[in-house]
Design a protein around this ligand. Sequence first.
Ligand code: GOI
Length: 498
Amino acid sequence: MVRYAAAVLWALAAAAAATAAAVANSGAVNKFPDGFLLGAASAAYQIEGAWNEDGKGENIWDHMFHEHPEYAHNGENGDVACDSYHKYAEDVEALKGIGATAYRFSISWSRVLPTGDLDVINQAGIDYYNNIINLLLENGIEPMVTMYHWDLPQALQYIGGWPNPLMVDYFVEYARLLFDTFGDRVKWWTTINEPYIVACGYSSSGWQAPSQNAPGIGNYLAAHTMIRAHARVYRLYEQEYRATQNGKVGIALNSDWYEPAEDTDSYLEAQERMFQFQLGLYAHPILLDGDYPAVVRQRVDNNSAAEGRPRSRLPSFTEEEKQYIKGSADFIGINTYTTTIVEPGDSGGVPSFELDTGVIRYQNESWPGSSASWLKVVPWGFRKLLNWMSNEYPGYPIVVTENGYGDWGELDDQRRIDYYGSYLAELLKAINEDGVNILGYMAWSIMDNLEWASGYELRFGIYRVDFNSTDLARIPKASASFMGDIFRNKTVPDEYFQ
Ligand code: GOI
C-alpha cells in the first residue's frame, strides 16, 4: 500500500515534469536540449604513455604492472598506450571528427606532482595539460577535467594510499594547484572517478591497483577518506575560486542498474540495499545529509560486532565533517554501462563488502553481450537508473560521465552503433518523457586504449588505435560517423525509439 501510494505520487511527479520538459523541447523526444554537452571521455593512464618522461613520477598502475606483469593481460601496461603525451593534437582532431562539444579527460597527479606532494611541481606536466586545454578551447570543445582517475602517485601509496586519512590534505593541495593553474579555463571538474572501484584496490588483489587485499576493511577506509577529500575540495572551490572562476565541481560515481529477480518485498529490499551500498555510500553523504545511508551503517556495524570487533569496519564522520560533506556537489556524474540482477543472499568471505550487502549479483546470459564479460546490452536499465538517481537525489543535475561498448576492435562496429543508438534513445526518454535533469553525455571512449587489467585486446574506442603500428594513428570506426551525425544534429535516429 505504501509502495503503491509512492508509485502513484512518483508517476504524477514524473508526468508533471515531463510536461514541462516536453514544452521546453517542443515535444520532440528524439532531440537533445539546448546547451546539452555531447562528447567523449578518456583517462590519463589509459592513453598518455610517456610513463617516466619529462619528470613524471611513478604511479600505482606503473608500479603494479611493472612489479606484477602477471596481473596484466599478456603483461601489457600503460608505458606507451596511445602516446597521447605526444599525440594529443590527434586526439583533439578525433573529437572534432565526431562533433564533440566536450572532452572529459583526466590529469595524471604524478605528472604534475611527481611525489604527490608540493615539493616538486613538474612544469613539463603543467605545460602538457595547458596545451590540451588551450587546443580544446580553440576548437570550441569544453574541457571536463577528472582530477583523479585511479592513478595515485606511488609515493603516496608507500604511506598507505587512500586508507590513510592524511590523503585528504594531499588531495586538497593537488586540487588547489589545479584550480590555480587551469581553473581560469576549466569550468567542469570531477574530483574522483568511481570511488567504488578505487576502494576495490584496497579490498582485493590482482586487478585494481594498488592491489591491497584487505576485504571489508581497506575499501571502507579508502571510501571514508575519499568522501572527505572530495568534500574538502568542493569547499575549497566554493570559498576561494567559484567567485572568480564560476565553474562546477562534481564527482563521477559508477553503478549498473540493479534489477530485482522477483517483484517481492525481500527482493526489492535487496535492490535498495545494493543501490545504497554502491551509490548511496558516496552519494548519500555528499548529496543528502552528510552521512552514510542508514542501511549501510547498520549492516556493517552489526557484522563488525558479530565478528567480535570493538569498532565498526566503517568509520564515522564527526558532526563537523557531516556539515561540510552535506551538499558538496554541483552535479552528480554517473558512469554506467550495463544492468545486473540482484536477489537477497550471502556471497563473499568474512569480512567483505559483498557479505555486508546481503545481495547476490549476476547477469542474465540471454541478454545480448559484448566482448567484456560484465557488459550486457540492456538499454532500458539506463533509463531506470537515471530515474532512480533523479528520484533519490532530487535537485542535483546529472552528467553521464561514461557510457560505451567493448568489442575486439572491428572497424565496422555495428554492435557499438546499436549500443549507442539504443542507450541514447533511453537517455532522451529520461530527459524528455520522464523530466530527468541531465546536462551532458560523454561516450567511453574517444579511442581504443589500455583497458586496465584487460589490456589492449578489449576495445571501447570510437576511433581505432593499432597498438602494433609505429604511428599509433587514430582511425575512425563506423561508429565515429554515427556519433558525428548524432552530435551535430542533436538528434537520435527514429529507428532507435520503440
Ligand atoms: C569504467 O569503469 C572506467 O572508468 C574506465 O576507466 C574503463 O575503461 C571503463 O569503465 C570500461 O571498462 C579482467 C571479479 C580484469 C573481479 C576481467 C570479476 C578484471 C574483477 C572480469 C570480471 C570488473 C566502469 C569489471 C566500471 C570494473 C567493469 C569497473 C566496470 C573487473 C575482469 C571481474 C575483471 C573483475 N568492472 N567497471 N574484473
